[in-house]
Design a protein around this ligand. Structure first.
Ligand code: 13P
Ligand code: SF4
Length: 330
């Protein structure tokens, strides 16, 4: 790129750099600025929006995204979007959910290999077998699943509404798939009997109760917030458990001076941008799937309109019903 143009890119992106300067060294910024500038231009040209999950890196989350949130918020935003193109900066099941809820829009994901260990843990055939084993018991399916699995389900849930969804069915027993720990954590809060499946999030299953105790010893007074995909014995040692959006709300409402978020690493970085006065202790685990999304592939995605998410109509229709039933629960 000619020098004059490089310097104008740096000028245009300077206000964005101010947001993320605590996480990106100044000497590295020129490498980000060119992609950011191009993405902002391409979004206008394509009438596109970028919806980003809370686990996206700060340069994606704070510099190119139009809307950010947890899985539930992203689903609602996708449903309401009137952009021609929705780029999902997150993992594949999130892009599929966006497509289910807004089938006439073009939905893109910039790396089709951005998967999820939970989504990988169960197939549509597994759900049919569970139904045969437990006749008449409704199936509540975490959104972290393929559209094919959603299509076999009565209703979806996210970590933000799982308890409300389970109780909305008004039945004594439900099958809750595929996250065993989320199901066990919800079971502790309700009288509804919950049949689980042995799927786990490879990021959250790595936290242990000892990690929490060690943090409390090393950082006296630290407030520990856990995602409900963590094992129940980790949640039991924590001060609060909730979805990524619920953790952000906890920080906003309580402003804990020292806080640790037992979840994916970018969460703390993204929240710390908003609350520079708080001390975020950072033992965390990286999600390799979320980290497949980069500025470079987002730019490529908008340049080439790849990779489009398409869902077979015979799967999409029942899967959409399960997601829409979830969204109707308040
Ligand atoms: P939420 O943002 O819905 O809490 O989900 C966490 C997660 O692991 C998504 O992959
Ligand atoms: Fe899946 Fe866990 Fe990564 Fe979320 S953090 S996408 S649940 S592997």
């Amino acid at each position: 790129m000619p020098l004059a143009s490089a310097s104008s890119v740096l000028e245009r992106t300077a206000p964005l750099y101010n947001r993320v300067s605590r996480f990106i060294p100044a000497f590295e910024w020129p490498a980000y600025a060119d992609d950011i500038d191009a993405i902002l231009r391409l979004k206008k040209e394509r009438n596109a929006v970028i919806l980003a999950h809370n686990y996206q890196t700060p340069e994606i989350f704070h510099c190119v995204s139009d809307l950010v949130g947890d899985s539930l918020a992203l689903a609602r935003m996708a449903q309401d979007s009137d952009a021609d193109v929705i780029v999902l900066a997150g993992v594949h099941f999130m892009a599929e959910t966006a497509k289910l809820l807004n089938p006439t829009r073009m939905v893109l994901i910039s790396d089709t290999n951005a998967g999820c260990s939970l989504a990988e843990s169960i197939t549509a055939a597994d759900v049919r077998a569970l139904r045969l084993k437990h006749p008449g018991v409704p199936v509540v399916t975490y959104v972290n699943t393929s559209a094919a699995v959603k299509a076999e389900s009565d209703m979806c849930c996210t970590s933000g509404n799982a308890l409300a969804v389970v109780e909305s069915l008004g039945v004594p027993k439900v099958i809750m798939i595929p996250d065993e720990y989320l199901a066990q954590n919800i079971a502790k809060q309700t009288d509804v009997e919950i049949i689980t499946w042995a799927g786990h999030c490879e990021v959250h299953e790595r936290f242990t109760p000892n990690d929490v105790r060690d943090m409390r010893d090393a950082y006296p007074g630290v407030v520990v917030l856990a995602h409900p995909e963590c094992p129940p014995n980790v949640v039991a040692e924590s001060d609060f458990a909730g979805s990524t959006a619920a953790m952000i709300k906890y920080v906003a409402d309580n402003r804990p001076q020292k806080v640790v978020l037992l979840t994916e690493c970018s969460m703390s970085d993204n929240v710390a941008v908003q609350y520079p006065e708080l001390d975020f202790v950072r033992p965390c685990n990286l999600c390799p799937h979320m980290k497949r999304i980069t500025l470079g592939n987002l730019r490529h995605s908008l340049e080439t309109l790849t990779h489009e998410v398409l869902i077979d109509p015979s799967v999409a229709e029942p899967a959409r019903r399960a997601v829409e039933r979830m969204l109707a629960v308040r």
